[in-house]
Design a protein around this ligand. Sequence first.
Ligand SMILES: [Zn+2]
Ligand SMILES: [Zn+2]
Length: 397
Amino acid sequence: MLHQKILEDARSQSNWIVNIRRQLHRFPELMYEEIKTSKLVRETLDELDISYESGIAETGVVATLGSGDAPCIALRADMDALPIQEETDIPFRSEIDGRMHACGHDCHTAMLLGAAKLLKERESALPGTVRLIFQPAEEGGAGGKRMCNAGVLENPRVEQIFGLHVWPPLPTGTVGSRRGTFLAAAGEVTITIHGKGGHAAQPHVCIDPVVAAAKVVTELQSIISRNLDPLDSGVISITAIHGGEAYNVIPESVQMSGTIRALTMNRLDWLQDRVKSMAAQVAAANDCEATIEFPGNVYPPTVNNAAVWNTVQGIAGELLGPDAVHEVPPVMGGEDFAFYTEQVPGCFVGLGIRNVESGCTHNVHHPLFKVDEDALPIGSALHTCFAIETLQELAGG
Ligand SMILES: [Zn+2]
Ligand SMILES: [Zn+2]
């Protein structure tokens, strides 16, 4: 009953949540540049008379509701956008060239502000503390790691954490997640093949790095098909190749980059070792040299705590009906919510946003990605119910 009332209240404030989301959507900002976004978060918290700390990990904001004492739980949203040119037909499409909220982090931020509003109205009844984490730089910048390092899980210690991500495969009004590993460990790889450039008419006096690079790309796939246990999961995708400028010149070198993913850190380490060895040996067999590096942040796997997922299933089932809650298989996407669940029990949940009639069918990171905004109040209600129910359980009430 309590949960249904919260969903009703969230739906009655739908315009407020959607309006924030649309403002964010029009002005997407890349990782660690979430200046306007962070400002809107702070202004909204001011308007709601909720206290917060800002400037954490550059643009992060952490708001606090409730008693300030233990037990403490956290709700998390990410704020950054992607370097994609939006191609949708929505009236509030991105006004910044080459920038788009194509991963729905505008929705995540708006939904968490919606939850802030709902929780503020119930603040005196909270038997503990709710921390709202608005983090920067989920898309490769490991903002979550920096937030953890800045102590956002301390004082009082966060006992459970909950996060939502818009989930295009699932229809609006449903959620999906799973116990254990939900999302992959993921990292970047760069490979440079060094040869010897020259006239393309005289390949015999050159060492052609293009041919060697082509072989490297092909051979790397045999790691997945021939070395990895068929019952295990891994991804090696070379997604960019750059080499040469002219049709009649063999270049000195070819640069490639891509991603390596697995469901455990051990397996990711092993795949990285195999990539290093395979690329070096294939290059050597072609008289080239290979430089293999793993730059940037490696994200650990996102692992859901079974008990927290049970709590979420109970809440979502009550709010949306038992048929609306799906136990879904793991996916090989990476997510820096993993840095929080490395430290405290948590659950990351996919929120259904698919709506064929309104054209909300494209996946995240696509220029035509659209969100069914009817899902936004559901997300705010899920955050709110999770906070209240978990605090009551932890407080023994
Ligand atoms: Zn993304
Ligand atoms: Zn995302």
